[in-house]
Design a protein. Structure first.
Length: 427
C-alpha cells in the first residue's frame, strides 16, 4: 500500500517517461557522431595548431551560445506548459527576437576575442568557428522540450545540423582547407534557423512585440545571469589556458571538447525530465524530481567512466596522431562530466521547476569564479592536467552551493535540493 501524501491521499509513484527520454536522447547522439567525425578531419588537415584554433573557436562560440540562450532553457518549458498553440508560437518569436538583438552585440565581440587568442596564421579560422558555434544559442530546443515534440527537434535542428557538418567535413577533406568547416556550418545553421522560425513562430514586428522582447531582458534576468556564468565556466577555461599555458592548449582543448560532446549526450536527459517535472501535479512532483536526478546522475557516471578509461585508448584515432591525451587529463575529464550531470539535473529538474532561478545563479556563479581562478593557477603550474582538475573543483563548488539550498524555504510541492540529491527526506 502506498504511503500517504502530504494532502492525505495515497502517494503518487512516478515512473520514468521512457518514450520521451528515448526520443530526446536519440537526437544529440545523432549529432554527436558528426561532431566526433569532424575532429580527426580537422586535425589531419590542419595539424595541432589548426585543431587548437577550431577548439578555441568552439569553446568561445559555445560560451556565446550559452549567453544567447538567455535563460530560456531554464524557464521556457515551464512558461509553455499552460499556453495554447497561438500563445506558444508568439512566445517562441519573442524569445527569438530578443536573442537576435543580443546576438548583434555579443557574437562579434566573441569572434574578436577568438581572433586575438588564435594561434598564428589561424585567426580567420578561429573567428569564423566562433560565429558558427554561437548560432546554437538561437536554438528552439527549449520550445521542443516544453511541447514534448522530439520529432520537430529532429526535423528543424538535428537533421539540418547533421547535413551541414557532413557537408563541411567533405569539403575540408576535398580541398585540404579547414575554413570550409565553419563557413558551411554557419550557412546551414542560418538556413535551418530561418526555416524553423517561419514555420513555427508567430512573426510580428508590432510595437507590442518589440516591447515584450525588450521586457524579456528584465524578466529573464536571473535565469540569464545563470547562463552568463555557465558560459564563463564553459568557455573561459580554454581561453585562460591559451594565455597562461599555450603549449598545453591542444591537449587541454582536446579533453575539454570531448567532455563538451559527452555533455551533449547527457543534456537531453535533464531537458526531457524538465518538461516531465513541470507538467506534473503537485503531489507527484517531488517523486519525479528524485527520479530525474537519479537517472541523469547514473547516466553521467557511466559516460564519465567511459571517457576517463577510453579516451587515452582512442586519442590517436580521434586526433589523427596530432594530439595525445593521457590519463592525467582523461580521469579528471570523466569525473567532471559525472559531476556536471548531477549539478545540471539539480538545476533543471529541481531548482528551475521550483522557480528558484536566483539559487541557480548563486551556485553557477560560485562555480564560475572557482573555475577562472583554479584554471589560471593550476594550468600555469601543471599544464593540461592542472586545468582539467580545476574544472572538477568548479563542479564540486556548484554542488556544495546547490545543496546549501536545504536551509532556504521551498515553493510548495518542491523538495530541497539536498533532499532530492540524497533521495531521502531531510528534517
Amino acid at each position: 500500500m502506498a504511503a500517504p501524501s502530504s494532502n492525505g491521499g495515497p502517494a503518487v509513484r512516478a515512473t520514468l517517461p521512457w518514450r520521451r527520454l528515448a526520443s530526446f536522447a536519440s537526437l544529440p547522439l545523432i549529432s554527436l557522431v558528426s561532431s566526433v567525425v569532424i575532429i580527426p578531419v580537422i586535425a589531419s588537415v590542419a595539424g595541432a595548431q589548426g585543431w587548437a584554433a577550431v577548439a578555441l573557436g568552439q569553446a568561445l562560440g559555445a560560451g556565446a551560445a550559452t549567453v544567447l540562450q538567455y535563460g530560456w532553457g531554464f524557464t521556457g518549458p515551464t512558461l509553455l506548459a499552460p499556453l495554447g498553440p497561438a500563445e506558444r508560437a508568439r512566445l517562441l518569436w519573442v524569445s527569438t527576437l530578443s536573442r537576435l538583438m543580443l546576438a548583434v552585440i555579443l557574437v562579434p565581440a566573441a569572434a574578436g576575442v577568438a581572433a586575438f587568442l588564435a594561434p598564428d596564421g589561424r585567426v580567420l579560422l578561429a573567428a569564423l568557428t566562433t560565429v558558427a558555434t554561437a548560432t546554437f544559442g538561437l536554438s528552439a530546443f527549449w520550445f521542443f522540450v516544453g511541447t514534448g515534440r522530439a520529432g520537430h527537434a529532429a526535423r528543424y535542428e538535428t537533421v539540418p545540423r547533421l547535413l551541414a557538418v557532413s557537408g563541411s567535413a567533405a569539403l575540408v577533406l576535398a580541398t585540404g582547407d579547414p575554413i570550409y568547416y565553419p563557413v558551411v556550418f554557419l550557412a546551414g545553421q542560418v538556413l535551418a534557423l530561418g526555416w524553423l522560425t517561419v514555420k513555427l513562430a508567430s512573426i510580428s514586428f508590432s510595437a507590442q512585440t518589440w516591447s515584450e522582447a525588450f521586457a524579456a531582458f528584465r524578466t529573464q534576468r536571473f535565469a540569464a545571469g545563470s547562463d552568463v556564468v555557465v558560459a564563463v565556466s564553459q568557455s573561459v577555461p580554454t581561453s585562460i589556458v591559451a594565455g597562461v599555458a599555450h603549449d598545453a592548449l591542444a591537449v587541454f582543448a582536446a579533453g575539454d571538447r570531448l567532455q563538451k560532446l559527452a555533455q551533449s549526450a547527457i543534456q537531453p536527459l535533464f531537458n526531457a525530465f524538465q518538461g516531465w517535472v513541470s507538467e506534473s501535479p503537485r503531489e507527484s512532483r517531488a517523486s519525479r524530481m528524485k527520479l530525474s536526478v537519479l537517472a541523469t546522475s547514473v547516466s553521467g557516471v557511466l559516460v564519465g567512466a567511459v571517457l576517463a578509461i577510453g579516451l587515452p585508448l582512442v586519442d590517436d584515432v580521434l586526433f589523427a596522431g596530432e594530439v595525445e591525451v593521457r590519463y592525467g587529463v582523461a580521469i579528471p575529464v570523466g569525473i567532471a562530466l559525472a559531476l556536471y550531470s548531477l549539478t545540471s539535473s539539480i538545476n533543471f529538474n529541481v531548482l528551475a521547476p521550483a522557480g528558484r532561478t536566483a539559487h541557480i545563479f548563486r551556485s553557477t556563479a560560485a562555480g564560475a569564479g572557482v573555475s577562472v581562478v583554479a584554471v589560471g593557477s593550476l594550468a600555469h603550474e601543471f599544464g593540461a592536467p592542472g586545468g582539467a582538475w580545476a574544472i572538477v573543483l568548479a563542479q564540486l563548488t556548484v554542488l556544495v552551493v546547490q545543496l546549501s539550498g536545504r536551509r532556504r524555504p521551498q515553493r510548495a510541492g518542491a523538495p530541497a535540493p539536498a533532499e532530492v540529491a540524497g533521495g531521502v527526506s531531510v528534517a
